[in-house]
Design a protein around this ligand. Structure first.
Ligand code: B12
Length: 215
């Protein structure tokens, strides 16, 4: 089977929630040397987007989203050793987390993995993180960048709250803030006083490198 057929198969089997076939395709793709980045960005990510659409249309249920996210995570675990880590001379620290009220973590973890692979020291606080915890972690680890993730429209407002907390504690000028996730945008970043926005994990790495250069 060719690379493009394997990518197509992977995406289809994820959407069909067919665990067995999905992992058969994954194994074959890895054996044939298909790039991990290609698998993540051309099969898994668009597959998850499709599942979101089907959920929105009422054709898929919450449990279906959950099954797909477990398949995604399991695939990431299998591919993690294949993601090469580059070591930087200076390992700049990024604190990352999903804001309070939000438990989506697949995209955030993908961003964390890509940042690590690019030489950043990443402190991953997990999901549903209160603003005080973000601020504390920035302070404790002398982080250069704070990366905030939100997938729900209602939790976007919490990103602004985190920035207010940074101002309140006198840390705002010590750390750059980047935001990302489905309901966020460049415009939103400006509105809430963040320094940057990234649409996906690849852009997240590019923008974080840029933030370090500017700081
Ligand atoms: C999987 C999933 C779930 C799983 C999450 C499991 C997990 N461990 O993450 C479960 C089933 C638990 C879930 C729950 C819910 N979900 Co949900 N979920 C999804 C789904 C299908 C996929 C998300 C995903 O993982 N995508 C794949 C990853 C790789 O992409 P990503 O997250 O977008 O991340 C990329 C970029 O956004 C960006 N990025 C992300 N974070 C960051 C951070 C930074 C700093 C940067 C730079 C970039 C960046 O880079 C990432 C990698 O490229 C989406 C649909 C969709 N289209 O996204 C709905 C979706 C996000 N969920 C939705 C909803 C409504 C819910 C629930 C409220 C449902 C309910 N009734 O209970 C709950 C919320 C619970 C809560 N309090 O958080 C809605 C949100 C609608 C809205 N506008 O608010 C969506 C859009 C589905 C829909 N179309 O209706 N969900």
């Amino acid at each position: 089977m060719g690379q493009n057929q394997l990518i197509k198969g992977l995406k289809e089997k994820l959407i069909e929630l067919n665990h067995k076939e999905f992992f058969k395709f994954l194994e074959e793709a890895l054996e044939k040397g298909v790039m991990v980045q290609k698998i993540i960005f051309e099969a898994l990510t668009p597959g998850m987007q499709r599942i979101g659409e089907l959920f929105e249309r009422g054709e898929y249920f919450l449990t279906d989203m959950l099954i797909a996210s477990e398949m995604f995570k399991e695939a990431m675990e299998k591919m993690k050793p294949l993601i090469e880590k580059r070591s930087n001379v200076v390992r700049n620290t990024v604190v990352i987390g999903t804001v309070r009220g939000d438990i989506h973590d697949i995209g955030k973890n993908l961003v964390a993995t890509m940042l690590e692979a690019s030489g950043f020291n990443v402190i991953n606080l997990g999901v549903d993180v209160p603003k005080e915890e973000f601020v504390e972690a920035v302070k404790k680890n002398k982080a250069k960048i704070l990366a905030l993730s939100a997938l729900l429209s209602v939790t976007v407002k919490e990103m602004g709250e985190v920035i207010s907390e940074l101002i309140k504690t006198g840390l705002r000028n010590k750390v750059k803030v980047i935001i990302g996730g489905l309901p966020t945008s460049e415009t939103l970043a400006k509105e809430i006083g963040a320094d940057s926005y990234g649409k996906d994990a690849i852009e997240a790495v590019k923008k974080c490198k840029k933030l370090i250069e500017e700081s």
